[in-house]
Design a protein. Sequence first.
Length: 274
Amino acid sequence: MKRSPFLLLALLLVLLAACTSAPDDEEGGPTLPPRPARPAGERWLPGPGLAWQWQLSGRLDPTVDVPVYDIDGFDHPASAVADLHRRGRKVICYLSTGAWEDFRPDADRFPKSLLGRGNGWEGERWLDIRRTDLLEPLMAERLDMCRDKGFDAVEPDNMDGYANRTGFPLTAGDQLRYNRLIARLARERGLSVGLKNDLDQIPELVGDFDFAVNEQCAEHDECAALSPFVRAGKAVFHVEYELPTREFCPATRALGLSSMLKKYDLGVWREPCP
């Protein structure tokens, strides 16, 4: 039977559409492009004095009335980040970048040669940060995850291996190179980035990081070492575990730190400085 030219044209258009349609992902939906990096001028830059909540365990409580939340990047979906944004919060993505954790979904991708001594936490071992050829792509993928979930910033943890017994002969120079690598990878993705502890290297690194996160500087009489961040107009998010607030809050508030008391499990409970 002779086919109408209009029918042939319609069939041709259908075939072309099928060939050019986007591939489906494993769940049957269209494959979406990754979220683009924010322009450098749009990166969130937290200033001194911001109140914050740091919750790394337990069911997330999004109702704490503070402008900044710091939560685990792996444990929370994009919807949790979006919910915090709707509540007016900025959200920091917690990642361990200097230690391996056996409970993470990408743990099997780390070569055994990278794993050193335990860092004092169950299931965690220091990483050989000299091996940036192996670590850079792994950390880039983790930071991609933070960006794609919509986080505003990243808190890279265990960034002071050179000052600990890691099982590797790490030097201060090794640590500076690695910390700057992590900072660069974060900023390239439009994320602000915080320096975790590593007080001795603050003078060299304050320009590479957008804020600081510190544990127990008051207990160890080290809080003044964080002053370069405050002088640069950058937030210092600080917690104590052992001291009552009356013993550290007056001094840390005078220094411009964002201080609170937490329990070691970093659950919901917090006691901010009055």
